[in-house]
Design a protein around this ligand. Structure first.
Ligand code: TMP
Length: 236
């Protein structure tokens, strides 16, 4: 598969055209940002961890009945994926209170929630990805009711799978963010990534943070945390 010109550069990945109009190549960078790009840095080796971990998880989710954009891992940092138009919703699931939820609701980080919360943000950097609900998404034409129903059903499946998967590697899945895309025939599939950038993962015994919060909050041992997750999942 020939890698052609760069289509897009995001905060953590570059996207390239290929000689097949339905396929793209994503190239994972070591660049890290937080707070809508205000904080910038590098997490050495992150691109490799996030690429390989995403592909491993996406392959397992496919087996569990969640379609994804994954076609083929090409190298440590590059993956061939189906071309989609990204649905402009950041789909967040919370199992345990943390981050913006704890702040907004005044609930201490680490508080177990009585049921998982599925929430949406509008994916729009200029607005800082504001919190929205289903009616906002419908009224603004960000997705149809049918698409929202599909996205929610897949997302709940992803949560059930990931909770058990990470727990088997000694980690609690506190919360995560995923994104969906639409193929040229309108099919909704999981896109973007599932990695320590997009999940909060805490050690099941000590509650040590093993995710991007170490970068966001200047906690140190950032690379070590990404490598620890990679090793615990048997990917190193
Ligand atoms: P939050 O508590 O800051 O709203 O984050 C919830 C989850 O979403 C957490 O696992 C981190 C992830 N996330 C992203 O992947 N990208 C983002 O831009 C933000 C703000 C959060």
């Amino acid at each position: 598969m020939e890698k052609r010109e760069q289509l897009y550069e995001g905060k953590a990945k570059k996207v390239f055209r290929t000689d097949d109009p339905e396929l793209l190549i994503v190239d994972y960078k070591d660049d890290a940002t937080a707070f809508n790009g205000e904080k910038k840095g590098t997490i050495m080796g992150k691109g490799v961890v996030n690429n390989r971990m995403t592909n491993h998880v996406f392959a397992k989710l496919e087996e569990a009945g969640v379609p994804t954009h994954l076609v083929k891992e090409l190298s440590d940092r590059e993956t061939l994926v189906k071309k989609v138009s990204i649905v402009p919703l950041e789909v967040i699931v919370r199992n345990v209170a943390a981050g913006s939820f704890s702040k907004r609701m005044g609930v201490a980080e680490g508080t177990q929630l009585l049921c998982p919360i599925l929430e949406f943000s509008y994916k729009n950097d200029d607005l800082g990805d504001p919190f929205i609900n289903d009616d906002y998404a419908l009224a603004l034409g960000l997705a149809t009711q049918e698409e929202i129903d599909t996205i929610k059903a897949y997302t709940r499946k992803v949560n059930e799978f990931l909770k058990a998967y990470f727990l088997s590697a000694g980690m609690k899945l506190i919360d995560f963010k995923i994104e969906f895309g639409k193929t040229s025939d309108g099919t909704i599939i999981l896109a973007d990534e599932i990695s320590p950038d997009t999940c909060r993962l805490w050690d099941v015994n000590t509650n040590e943070k093993l995710d991007k919060d170490r970068f966001r909050r200047d906690m140190g041992n950032v690379e070590e945390a990404y490598n620890e997750v990679f090793e615990r999942l048997g990917l190193a």
